[in-house]
Write a protein that binds this ligand. Structure first.
Ligand code: GLC
Ligand code: CA
Length: 555
């Protein structure tokens, strides 16, 4: 490439490193805002809310899939990677969204789903219509079955949503799907597959999209040699020897992607969704590959000082080594919202809790939100990039009591109705205190909202200085002002018990620069507040004391 490619739309500022310390807001398009009254969020809805995102102060929005999809997995089953689901809008609508976002200096990150297509993708239809051994089938992973009659799956690999990872087609062959049967896995050894995804990256980059979130990045390279070896995503080895996940060959693919992303000025950013164990996760984030990988450690950690401290130390060290920047995630569209996780007893099984419609064990909603606010404020003080999931800025809890006949998650079906899945964090967010869908749209939404959602709406929280929305706005604005570089210095805890990992202190305190400090009291009892001016606090701070489960930023 002699000349850099010029996209259709560009943000107002051009810093090529914008992603390193960005606050990125995740939009789940079908549950954000519905403008045409069909109960489903749409692209025009997102555009209409860009001023809201600007008022929140975020640097970028990440759009979960908005592509044509039969919705077997919330849009992560893509039927056409270079188009917009007609129920959500048109390509023109998408261009308008990108333009509007850029006018507000908000970048746009698009989700690419390279591990699998939808079973309604034209490639998969062609594969089904073609014979075993045909080039059409070679884009996917079709194999003969095992057992004397070939009527058993080729291997014992299991799908992430439960059940076998193989499904049989009428002529007797089986195809591989690490997720739902409606999500057949692509064969990344096929050059046609590689070329097509490079085309997709350029397609969106040319339209002005600023970056990509890469779904199941650790799954693309597979060892399909026989005899098939067992695979266990939950216990990945640190040597790349699992046949399905986190294999060394996957990095060759992302090195090629980086070349494509660097055809643009500024280079397109990317973040890997790679559930690979640290430190191997850092490989995806190398500057020669995607640049960032999600750090999901906090999704799995309790609200605990030692846990947070250890995770922060490890991840900062890891990203320094790889030349990436750290990422911080407390909630996303795949896990129970963090306000809810922190309000359940330590170690509670959230799947089991959801099966009781959120009744047992009892949720301490107030405490959960108090802790969530403290955790968020801590995370926003860290160097690196913070990902905020739609609705967490309102302090939303998981919608745990969605009627069973309204559930959409393939987990619910694939586990024989024993795991409800992820719909509880995907309920359309409330914009107003009343109305048929609390301002989401003019009719009932595709997933029912809890009756008390209005109290956590944007309308209810806007202008209330004590609201969670105000906390996010104040913190993000202050961070924008204060954030410089990526240095962090630990401070001896205010209770004098030290800061080491495993050190007994229930206070996590660190300084960034020029006197900016963040202090979190993870304990239940108040501790003395260090000296300084309070910039923002996650809860009321009085009489020189920092209350329990509270974070404060000091100057
Ligand atoms: C990722 C997505 C998840 C989806 C899965 C399959 O983990 O975040 O929502 O179900 O990939 O595409
Ligand atoms: Ca709509």
């Amino acid at each position: 490439m002699s000349q850099l490619r010029t996209p259709a739309s560009t943000p107002r500022t051009t810093d090529p490193d914008w992603w390193r310390n960005a606050v990125v807001y995740q939009v789940y398009p079908r549950s954000f805002a519905d403008t045409n009254g069909d109960g489903l969020g749409d692209v025009a809805g997102i555009t209409s809310r860009v001023p809201y995102l600007a008022s929140l102060g975020v640097d970028a929005m990440w759009l979960s899939p908005f592509f044509p999809s039969p919705l077997a997995d919330g849009g992560y089953d893509v039927a056409d990677y270079r188009s917009v689901d007609p129920r959500l809008g048109t390509l023109d609508d998408l261009d308008a969204l990108v333009r509007t976002a850029h006018e507000h200096d908000i970048r746009v990150i698009v989700d690419v789903v390279p591990n699998h297509t939808s079973d309604e993708h034209e490639w998969f239809r062609a594969a089904l219509a073609s014979a075993p051994g045909s080039p059409e089938r070679a884009r996917y992973v079709f194999r003969d079955g095992s057992g004397p009659a070939g009527d058993l799956p080729p291997s014992d690999w299991v799908s992430n949503f439960g059940g076998s990872a193989w499904t049989r087609v009428p002529d007797g062959q089986w195809y591989l799907h690490l997720f739902a049967p409606e999500q057949p896995d692509l064969d990344w050894e096929n050059p046609e597959v590689r070329e097509d995804f490079e085309r997709t990256l350029r397609f969106w980059s040319d339209r002005g999209v600023d970056g990509f979130r890469v779904d199941v990045a650790h799954g693309l390279a597979k060892d399909l040699s026989t005899p098939y070896r067992p695979s266990d995503e939950k216990a990945l080895p640190l040597d790349g020897s699992d046949p399905l996940y986190d294999r060394d060959e996957v990095h060759e693919i992302f090195a090629t992607w980086r070349d494509v992303l660097n055809e643009y000025d500024p280079p397109r950013a990317a973040v890997a969704e790679a559930w690979a164990p640290a430190p191997r996760r850092a490989l995806y984030a190398r500057p020669t590959e995607l640049g960032q990988a999600f750090n999901f450690d906090l999704l799995e950690a309790p609200f605990d000082a030692a846990a947070f401290r250890g995770i922060i130390q490890r991840n900062l060290a890891m990203s320094e080594q790889s030349g990436a920047s750290s990422t911080w995630v407390l909630s996303n569209h795949d896990v129970v919202r963090h306000a809810t996780r922190y309000g359940l007893p330590l170690g509670a099984d959230t799947d089991a809790w959801l099966m009781t419609d959120g009744t047992a064990p009892a949720l301490d909603a107030t405490r959960g939100l108090r802790r969530a606010r403290a955790a968020t404020l801590l995370v926003l003080a860290l160097p690196g990039s913070s990902y905020v999931y739609q609705g967490e800025e309102l302090g939303l809890h998981e919608a745990a009591a969605i009627p069973r006949d309204r559930l959409q998650d393939p987990k619910w079906i694939r586990t024989g109705h024993t795991v409800k899945g992820r719909d509880g964090c995907r309920v359309p967010i409330p914009w107003t205190t009343s109305g048929p869908s609390f301002g989401f749209g003019s009719v009932a939404p595709h997933l029912p909202q809890p009756a008390d959602f209005g109290a956590s709406s944007v309308e209810a929280e806007d202008g209330d200085p004590a609201s969670t929305l105000s906390l996010y706005r104040t913190a993000i604005a202050a961070r924008r002002r204060l954030q410089q570089g990526e240095a962090l210095t630990w401070i001896d805890a205010v209770d004098g018990s030290g800061v080491g990992v495993g050190g007994g202190s229930r206070v996590v305190a660190f300084a960034r620069h020029d006197g900016w400090r963040s202090v979190t009291n993870f304990g239940a009892d108040p501790v003395p507040l260090p000296s300084g001016t309070v910039i923002v606090a996650s809860g009321p701070v009085e009489d020189g004391m920092l209350p329990g489960e509270t974070t404060v930023w000091l100057d």
